[in-house]
Write a protein that binds this ligand. Structure first.
Ligand SMILES: Cc1cc2nc3c(=O)[nH]c(=O)nc-3n(C[C@H](O)[C@H](O)[C@H](O)COP(=O)(O)OP(=O)(O)OC[C@H]3O[C@@H](n4cnc5c(N)ncnc54)[C@H](O)[C@@H]3O)c2cc1C
Length: 392
């Protein structure tokens, strides 16, 4: 592949950089009350205004067709945009409506669903959560038991979901439920759009190991939704879900965030040499990580260049996800060690260094190798689809 960006792409990069310089003046993050998990920034007032500005430019859903509020960006423009936003640490949050609900509706939704829901994703009226995982269905997602039973013009939903990121801040849910209990497990699943304030839905918080409320348990007790909220063909939801998971794994911002984090750590070590004095292993680890960040970026560019060439990446995307999430954990442990006794201090501590970012990163990066598919599952996909090994 050609690693150079074209003149047009470089000029788009400059446009994004100058927008960020204008909107995120030095010190902006001091006023930004962010509680974040896996990049899900809480939409405080600052973030809401920032995201509205992105929407006005067609950048919020940058890859989408113009008629749906996007700018029909090329794959490389998306890469540039994601890199610059991640590098700046911009409060873009992670918008599931943009990432997979909208794209799935464009592919499988009715005209009525498209006109009712898509504009409200880009104007931020609807915030979406994703209701896939259940207590006994995570890696083996096709084992879901939540059921949706047809009753006249409605479906009635009963069951439980878990690990639902942002359910407490969403007004709509993208739900996978079983509609046929006799069929083989992959063939009896359907996808639904669910208003999160429907009677019978109970959301209970789950506090993660970092002390944040990011995800939840969601209970459905005789929840009635109109049949017009079924997406695509009944019982064919698994295939839609597999496409939506591909949208999920091809994200690319990881290496840019790491590059920024490593840069900050190196600047800190230069300004405070006592922290690396007599610690040769930390110095070499920093060098190693800077090389590994380049590898992570190259793996992501590989995914992007396949997409740009009209090919659908699959094991390439899982390898990029595996490598960059594991690298995030190696980076965070190195940062914590470099800071020594200051490493584990929470951002609220007056003694915290680097605004407590290493402590946050260390605790939150644990889940990175679980969310969106575990490392073990990613390696299995790599072994079967990448190396062509037979299934175990
Ligand atoms: C931060 C975070 C946010 C999340 N947000 C959402 C969300 O918004 N919506 C949602 O629906 N879900 C969400 N999830 C759930 C996530 O998709 C699941 O946690 C993940 O798919 C793993 O499923 P599980 O937790 O049931 O673990 P399990 O599948 O029970 O796995 C347990 C262990 O067994 C291993 N394992 C399982 N099967 C195999 C196999 N075949 N071969 C080898 N090893 C195996 C796993 O790798 C893991 O180590 C989130 C999870 C996290 C951590």
């Amino acid at each position: 592949m050609d690693f150079r960006f074209t003149d047009e792409e470089e000029s788009f990069r400059s446009e994004v950089k100058s927008f960020l310089a204008e909107e995120l003046k030095p010190g902006w993050s001091d006023h930004f009350d962010s509680e974040s998990e896996m990049g899900v920034a809480v939409q405080g007032e600052f973030a809401k205004t920032f995201n509205k500005k992105l929407a006005e430019r067609g950048w919020l859903a940058i890859a989408w067709p113009k008629k749906y509020g996007g700018m029909e960006a090329s794959v490389m423009q998306q890469v540039i945009y994601n890199e610059e936003m991640a590098y700046a640490g911009a409060p873009v949050g992670f918008n599931m409506g943009v990432a997979w609900v909208g794209p799935s509706l464009m592919l499988y939704g009715t005209d009525e669903q498209k006109s009712e829901f898509i504009p409200k994703i880009t104007n931020l009226e609807h915030i979406w959560c994703t209701l896939y995982s259940e207590p006994a269905a995570g890696s083996d997602l096709a084992a879901i038991q939540t059921k949706a039973v047809r009753d006249g013009d409605d479906f009635v939903i009963n069951g439980q979901k878990i690990w639902t990121t942002g359910a407490h801040r969403s007004n709509w849910g993208w739900l996978a439920a079983r509609t046929d209990f006799e069929a083989p497990k992959h063939k009896g699943i359907s996808m639904f759009l669910v208003p999160m304030d429907a009677p019978g839905i109970t959301i209970r918080p789950l506090i993660n190991m970092a002390g944040d409320h990011g995800f939840n348990e969601v209970f459905f007790e005789d929840v009635r939704i109109p049949a017009k909220y079924l997406v695509g063909q009944e019982n064919m939801g698994w295939y839609m879900l597999a496409v939506a998971l591909d949208f999920e794994r091809s994200s690319i911002a990881g290496s840019a965030r790491l590059r920024r984090g490593l840069g900050e750590l190196i600047e800190f070590a230069k300004a405070n040499p006592q922290f690396i004095h007599n610690k040769p292993e930390i110095r070499t680890r920093l060098a190693e990580i800077s090389i590994e960040i380049e590898i992570a970026a190259a793996l992501s560019y590989r995914v992007a260049s396949l997409q740009a060439g009209g090919k659908a990446p699959n094991y390439e995307a899982t390898i990029a996800k595996l490598y960059s999430t594991e690298l995030t954990q190696r980076f965070s442990s190195t940062g914590i060690e470099l800071l020594g006794m200051y490493g584990p201090l929470h951002p609220k501590s007056k003694w915290a260094k680097l605004k407590g970012g290493m402590e946050r990163g260390y605790q939150l990066s644990v889940s990175a190798t679980i969310a969106g598919g575990t490392s073990e599952v990613m390696k299995t996909i790599g072994a079967i689809r990448g190396l062509g090994l037979p299934r175990a």
